[in-house]
Ligand binder design. Structure first.
Ligand code: 5GP
Length: 115
């Protein structure tokens, strides 16, 4: 069993401001937000990062993106626009080794994909 902060949030051993949940996916507010809306969407089943995702993860990867869109809708940033980011590995600044999708919005995010 993976032992990281996101696993603890899934197991309700660590607190989080949960905004969306299904059987397979959990979404909660980032503790250090980079934008007025900054939500992390994670699979409940452990996938370390995108690099480690396999064919058997195809369905849950789709569900993560659909959940990201639903979170954006519920957070009121569907019309204004939002950015969905997955950091993979050192150069991307990945910190937590449990796949997570950042949903960012509520302000102009600039034009660079990584900005
Ligand atoms: P990464 O850089 O790995 O893509 O992003 C990890 C994100 O997790 C960061 O934006 C960081 O602020 C967030 N984070 C780290 N620890 C916690 C925590 O304990 N609770 C919450 N809600 N977010 C966290």
């Amino acid at each position: 069993m993976a032992d990281n902060i996101f696993q603890k949030i899934i197991d309700r051993e660590a607190p989080a401001d949960i905004v969306y949940e299904t059987e397979e996916v959990l979404a909660f507010k980032d503790i250090n937000p980079c934008a007025p809306v900054h939500v992390l969407v994670i699979p409940k089943r452990h996938i370390t990062r995108l690099r480690e995702a396999e064919g058997s993860d195809e369905a849950v990867l789709g569900k993560l993106l659909l959940a990201a869109a639903e979170v954006a809708r519920e957070q009121g940033i569907e019309e204004s626009g939002y950015r969905v980011v997955i950091n993979n590995g050192r150069d991307a600044g990945e910190i937590v080794p449990h796949l997570h999708v950042h949903v960012l919005g509520g302000q102009n995010l600039g034009s660079l994909p990584g900005g």
